[in-house]
Design a protein around this ligand. Sequence first.
Ligand code: IPE
Ligand code: IPE
Ligand code: MG
Length: 245
Amino acid sequence: MANIAKKNTAAVTAQEVPVHVGVIMDGNGRWAKKRNLPRKFGHREGAKNFRAITRHAKAVGVKYITFYAFSTENWKRPKDEVDSIMELFEKYLDEVRDFVEENIRIRFIGDRSALSETLRRKMAAVEEDSKDFNAMTLVLAINYGGRDEICHSVQQIAKMVKAGQIEPEEITQELIEKNLYTEEIPPLDLVIRPSGEQRLSNFMIWQAAYAEFYYTNILWPDFKNEDFDEAIKAYSERNRRFGGV
Ligand code: IPE
Ligand code: IPE
Ligand code: MG
């Protein structure tokens, strides 16, 4: 009964807050196009937004937030667009250091081998400097693809089998999970996708197996704290069954 009463109010209680939220930051290009600006202006605006939403998510009580910033498929875009996105990452990796003072741990998921030396160095440094923080974990998915991640996990496991460390029968879901980029990060509870698209686009396909999906037509640069609250509220009203009754 208490539950029904609660759902009539806008406030969401602690236990209804998702532990891990994933955000597919989509719609930057369309945001710029609407204003007759080059696409890179949309990316610049979108990048500003992720810091505000991170702080808000922490205030709401979210423990892990993952932002999909660049997919393994996004290299297909024109070189100047890719270059401007990479430049933004460098800039934001400097600014993201502010979070270190807010007890936020920062982690990166994705294949780093294709990224520049400078970027990789900055990523490793910020991960190292924030590794003991525990108020919230901010995960940035850069050159990330869910299929690529699973492939990478399988390769690690194949090496173990080849070395005679384990038998093929000993390959479990836990072992596959342990070798994903998200080791020690819990599965997704809620995936938010702005811009109206209703697809995962290779985002955390393993970890999202039982996530609730929320989409909105708002473009990512226009997505504000109130929109995040709407998503959390929608989540709190879902009935997750995980295959049970
Ligand atoms: C998301 O915005 C940012 C990245 C994929 C890097 P888009 O650039 O995909 O924006 P739209 O979908 O073209 O509007
Ligand atoms: C998904 O957006 C990737 C990121 C937000 C980083 P896309 O814009 O690349 O996805 P599609 O092409 O519309 O599926
Ligand atoms: Mg897009």
